[in-house]
Design a protein around this ligand. Structure first.
Ligand code: AMP
Ligand code: MG
Length: 401
């Protein structure tokens, strides 16, 4: 049997980033950059007003003794998008709107709230410092700055940033295709009647969801009965998919045929059985460049092992530099007593007490209890050496979002 970290290393050693493609910006959400993004221009590209008011020379705002106002002559009106050639001379001001380019010689903006208009004059009731109420050239992004590195996932903020740099096409990694097969004589699809002894195929759908959430394309191949011919027929339908995930049939029961059928099919095994709970029977192998995972059939085990092994592989294939589970720490809210020898991944629920992050183990850790995954948002990681962890101690967690 193999430890979790060694097993994950084997998986990641076989997962290779996908080929690259160029996408229009609006289609790039959820993809990963396959190029460094450097700025060809400063953002913002000009000094601009960040308030509606009056562009002034700050040195003009000298209040005589006892005076509440400085009076300036308003010589022009400057809405956003318009640029003026006018040089601001002493004693003059230009009406300016948020987003407009500052006129030459002006170095600050007085907020309209601090002024009073009198015909062609404006009375200014407050001093401003140089640059006050203005945005500076390049204050967001400098020219030549490396703004987004290769390997960076594109979220909403990254889309906006790319747009503000003037980029409307980006080079990203292609999405890997994930084929999913559920196995088991007792498994039926939701929507069809169940007879005694049958259960519904939840794994097909939870894993389809996990695959799409990870950013993969999903090819759902349905259910294979615990029969060699059916298994092989389904497995062969996964040809061309970069990743194949099967659930069930990977343990030591009389009808657990998946591992042997995969081997007969030419899948080179890397490991079978890992020192983890839940998920011990997990299988991983490779056929040519296809990664093949045999996950245990129990619904919670299937999801947990997907998070532990399949998700990191997909992340790497998608081009992310950050692969592997996202770890954190939290204070345990209940005593745990465990059988040592395996790394435990307990489903848990985060609670917040002020700034302290706490975690409560879900009350039922049986691997068939899918509700534990519905309710939980983290896995509590307990190393194989520990028999007990007490309430109040700090534990490692893996985020499940
Ligand atoms: P197995 O790994 O095939 O021994 O299955 C372990 C347990 O998980 C059994 O109780 C199965 O009925 C159940 N199971 C297997 N596959 C699925 C599935 N696709 N959906 C829901 N439960 C499953
Ligand atoms: Mg089975």
């Amino acid at each position: 049997m193999i430890d979790y970290n060694d097993a994950l290393k084997k998986v990641l050693s076989q997962a290779k980033p996908m080929a690259k493609e160029v996408l229009p910006l609006a289609k790039a959400l959820g993809r990963v950059l396959a190029e460094n993004i450097k700025s060809r221009e400063p953002v913002p590209p000009f000094q601009k007003a960040t308030m509606d008011g009056y562009a002034v020379r700050s040195q003009d705002l000298v209040f005589s003794a006892g005076a509440d106002w400085v009076e300036l002559e308003v010589i022009e009106d400057l809405p956003a998008g318009k640029v003026t050639k006018t040089m601001l001379k002493p004693g003059k001001a230009i009406r300016i709107m948020t987003g407009a380019s500052l006129p030459k010689n002006a170095d600050a903006v007085v907020k309209v709230e601090d002024t009073e208009k009198r015909g062609k004059k404006v009375l200014i009731g407050r001093r401003v410092r140089p640059m006050e109420n203005t945005g500076q050239i390049g204050e967001d992004v400098k020219k030549g700055e490396l703004v987004l590195p290769k390997g960076q996932a594109i979220g909403a903020a990254e889309l906006g940033m790319l747009a503000s740099l003037g980029i409307n096409k980006v080079k990203v990694f292609k999405r890997p295709t994930l084929a999913i097969i559920s196995t088991g004589d007792e498994i039926v699809e939701p929507g069809s009647r169940i007879r005694p002894g049958q259960i519904r195929n939840s794994n097909g759908y939870s894993l389809l969801g996990l695959g799409l959430e990870a950013g993969a394309e999903v090819k759902y191949l349905g259910i294979a009965k615990d029969k060699k011919s059916e298994l092989r027929a389904k497995i062969s339908q996964s040809r061309g998919c970069e990743v194949l995930v099967l659930t069930g049939g990977v343990s030591v029961g009389d009808y657990d045929l998946v591992k042997d059928q995969l081997k007969e099919f030419g899948v080179k095994p890397f490991f079978w059985q890992a020192r983890i709970k839940p998920g011990k029977p997990v299988f991983f192998g490779v056929k040519r460049s296809q990664l093949v995972f045999g996950l245990p059939g129990n619904p919670a085990s299937a999801m947990v092992t997907f998070y532990l092994f399949v998700r990191p592989a997909l992340d790497k294939m998608l081009g992310k530099t950050q692969t592997g589970p996202r770890y954190g720490r939290a204070i345990l809210l209940e005593d745990l007593s465990l059988k040592p020898g395996r790394t435990h991944f307990l489903r848990g629920i985060l609670e917040q007490d002020g700034v302290v992050v706490q975690v409560r183990p879900f009350h039922d850790q049986k691997s068939g209890v899918l509700k534990s995954m519905v309710k939980s948002n983290v896995l509590i990681v307990v190393p194989p050496t520990l028999e007990a962890v007490e309430r109040g101690e700090e534990v490692g967690i893996i985020y499940l979002d």
